[in-house]
Design a protein around this ligand. Sequence first.
Ligand code: NAX
Length: 325
Amino acid sequence: MKTPVNIAVTGAAGQISYSLLFRLAAGDFLGPDQPVNLSLLEIPPAMKTLSGIVMELSDCGFPLLRAVTTATEPETAFGDADYAFLIGAKPRKEGMLRSDLLLQNAEIFSSQGRALNAAAKREVKVLVTGNPANTNALIAIHNAPDLPASNFAAMTMLDHTRAVSQLAAKCAVSSAAITNVAVWGNHSCAQYPDLHHAKVNGAPALSLVDKAWYEEEFIPTVQYRGGEVIKARGSSSAGSAANAALQHMRALVLGTPAGDWASMALLSDGSYGVDADLVFSFPVQVTNGKIGVAQGLEINEFGHEFLLRNQRELREEREAIKHLL
Ligand code: NAX
């Protein structure tokens, strides 16, 4: 048996974590021979709920689950973390402006960035899921100056799996037949789900579906899927978000399949003309643990407009929280 890995999860009493924790403990992340320690961060009012979840984790008798600890202090929760799932965030309440949401969450991610910087392993992999995820990740990166920025990402993998699934359904194939879908930009309705490079069983996707479906159905369906789930379920995506978080982290550990990529929001290195100090979703390849934006893809006028729109939106978000950078 391997040495246990330390996995920190914030917002551990929330609904995404309620799906994620049991899968982490069952071995869905790193496989059946990798024991895990879970370190769960919550705010004080949620600790009672969290204690019930800890009981449930124990009741499962997961052979791989070595230890479960809880904390209300980020530095305690992130001590020696190998992986950190930053899920906890304040929800948008009625009457709250987007700028208020940005500011309240910005405080959380600056303090968690500092705590990761102080306490986590230097190679810790950090995935920011809590919204507004891209800008929260930017804040965490700036507040963790001793950790490589490439250790951090914001989650656009759910947008990616939504796009893959919509295309697979349209072409009546398994999602395994789909490769090279890309989601660019912000995890918001401005995002650009791009099929220009996508393949279905190796054939160009846009040769199999018509342009009107792509532009008028596919793109808005992926962009607004989160809202549709809320309308139907009464609360936001949880099981699918937990699954996407696992897929993102698995891609970091196992690598992306040869020739394919995952969508991840990373600190831009200027690729495709995107401002260097924005966390922007790109098609990303991971090879032998090295993470990089897939290069050399042609972006047409249609796509370029989307990229610019996302850049504008992310610049505005950055402007609202610039005092925390
Ligand atoms: P919940 O409201 O169910 O859970 C959030 C949990 O975070 C609560 O238990 C709360 O007590 C905790 N929390 C709040 N502040 C905290 C802090 N400072 N430290 C630790 N924990 C704290 O939300 P849930 O449905 O689990 O969603 C979590 C976040 O994911 C939200 O911001 C949501 O908008 C975002 N999402 C992001 C997605 C993505 O693709 N990037 C998709 C799903 C989801 O919408």
